[in-house]
Write a protein that binds this ligand. Structure first.
Ligand code: 5CA
Length: 437
């Protein structure tokens, strides 16, 4: 993409409305604009990051055996009355009346709808276990939307729902999602710690929140310092029930709990290894058995012909919240420092002298070569001072900067800068695509 033809209205000043660094940087880097309280328009750069996060979430869900669907955002109130949540959900639910005076709502979560769709398609024990998910916008009329996309009213969520025949199967489904979450967040460069958590309006008796430590986080969390080291999940075979359960038990042996679930005896046992900090909840997994299937009358025919009530779990990831959470974890004074896996482009190609024919020709060729090699490049071909281009490149935080100026070019050299370390090396112009590709 040529910057001269892109839509990236970066801001020089930090907008006064933004209190936390991720929100400030997302506004300055032209990733989002607020259109109403807690509701955001995603500009091109933000949209690309969102799509990268979505892709990683989708790949790990698919790998864990979950099946993607897409449900509507607007739902009828009928199912919610059946489950008993229509009144219980309270003012966070955005209620809408259609022209025929029917009560509708904008989905804040989708247990009821997934349960109904599943009921409609699953008849026998052979149709279980299944885990069905979507990546879809949700709306919660939060009392205090704040910190940009970290607590929005409209936000993008991955929500998955598992259906099992028995408790052991349901725990295995929970464990599969647990390990998929560890892998998902690790791929984004995050250390998200699974913590025992309260279940709130979703319900149930078993739940973990996945928390990224950050001073700006809204959750107070308590954990054993072992959690500060990332865990290797690469060798776990998620199809092996016993091995997976043993691995997760091993992880949970290290204490980690949110404020509501503190265990003072377990904390005392941690001694000086106990840590306390703030964190951002990027995902949550729940097991709630028949909380929805029983009131909604869902059964399938069991192996012996008798009806069985499926047991359920649900599993959420805050896809749009992750954009902010990653920036909270990955930035410096100059701007964002994207982990490679989610960066909106891999390379910023900076022409220091747009008015110099040789520089322009060399940059045009590099742009074509990167593109041909399948590397996403944002080419700063604007007629601007070098200083302004460097500042923009640092602000938007692409992993690599390729800097082309007349002096180096005369010697066949360009500069390659790694954004994360600031390290700069001189590279022969014909070698640079291979160095980052
Ligand atoms: N149905 C369940 C799981 S599918 C559910 O709704 N879980 S949740 O309430 O924990 O939400 C899932 C994830 O969405 C959270 O972990 C959080 O990362 C994200 N999320 C929740 N509320 C907001 C919000 N107001 N703004 C941005 N992200 C949010």
């Amino acid at each position: 993409m040529r910057l001269s033809r892109y839509f990236m209205p970066v801001l020089k000043e930090t907008p006064g409305e933004a209190q936390v660094i991720s929100h400030q940087l997302m506004l300055r880097a032209a990733m989002v604009r607020q259109t109403s309280s807690g509701i955001y328009a995603w500009l091109p750069l933000g949209k690309r990051v969102l799509a990268n996060i979505e892709r990683i979430v989708r790949e790990e869900q698919d790998r864990a055996g979950a099946i993607e669907v897409l449900m509507p955002t607007i739902q009828s109130s009928d199912l919610w009355k059946q489950s008993g949540r229509y009144d219980a959900y309270g003012p966070e639910m955005l209620r809408i009346t259609d022209r025929h005076d029917r009560e509708m709502l904008f989905s804040p979560t989708a247990e009821e709808l997934f349960t109904a769709i599943f009921q409609n398609g699953a008849k026998s024990y052979r149709d279980l276990p299944r885990n069905i998910y979507q990546i879809q916008w949700k709306f919660r009329d939060e009392v205090r939307p704040r910190f940009g996309v970290l607590r929005g009213r409209e936000f993008l969520m991955k929500d998955a729902y598992s259906f099992d025949l028995d408790f052991d199967g349901a725990v295995h489904s929970y464990n599969r999602m647990f390990i998929a979450y560890m892998r998902t967040f690790q791929r984004m460069g995050l250390n998200a710690i699974p913590m025992q958590a309260d279940t709130g309006p979703i319900g149930g008796d078993l739940s973990h929140e996945f928390i990224v430590l950050a001073p700006t986080g809204e959750s107070d969390v308590f954990y054993h310092e072992n959690w500060l080291k990332p865990r290797d999940t690469s060798t776990i075979n998620a199809d092996d029930r016993a091995a997976l359960a043993a691995f997760i038990d091993g992880l949970n042996a290290d204490y980690a709990a949110t404020d509501e679930k503190r265990d003072l005896a377990a904390e005392a046992a941690c001694g000086t290894a106990l840590k306390q900090s703030k964190g951002i909840e990027v995902g949550q997994v729940f097991y709630f058995g028949d909380k929805y299937t029983t009131p909604m009358g869902v059964t399938v025919q069991g192996p012996d012909g008798a009806p069985v009530t499926p047991l359920m779990g649900s599993y959420g990831i805050g896809v749009s919240r992750l954009v902010g959470a990653i920036i909270e974890a990955c930035h410096d004074e100059a701007g964002i420092v994207w982990p490679d896996a989610v960066a909106p482009f891999k390379v910023a190609l900076i022409n220091l002298r747009a008015d110099d024919a040789a520089c322009q020709a060399a940059c045009d060729k590099l742009y074509a070569d990167f593109t041909a090699a399948g590397v996403d490049v944002l080419y700063d071909d604007r007629d601007e001072r070098g200083g302004a281009k460097f500042a923009t490149a640092d602000l938007i935080g692409l992993p690599w900067q390729v800097i082309v100026g007349p002096k180096g070019l005369a010697a066949g050299i360009v500069e390659l800068k790694r954004r994360a370390t600031g390290e700069r090396v001189e590279v022969p112009i014909e070698a640079v695509v291979g160095r980052v590709g």
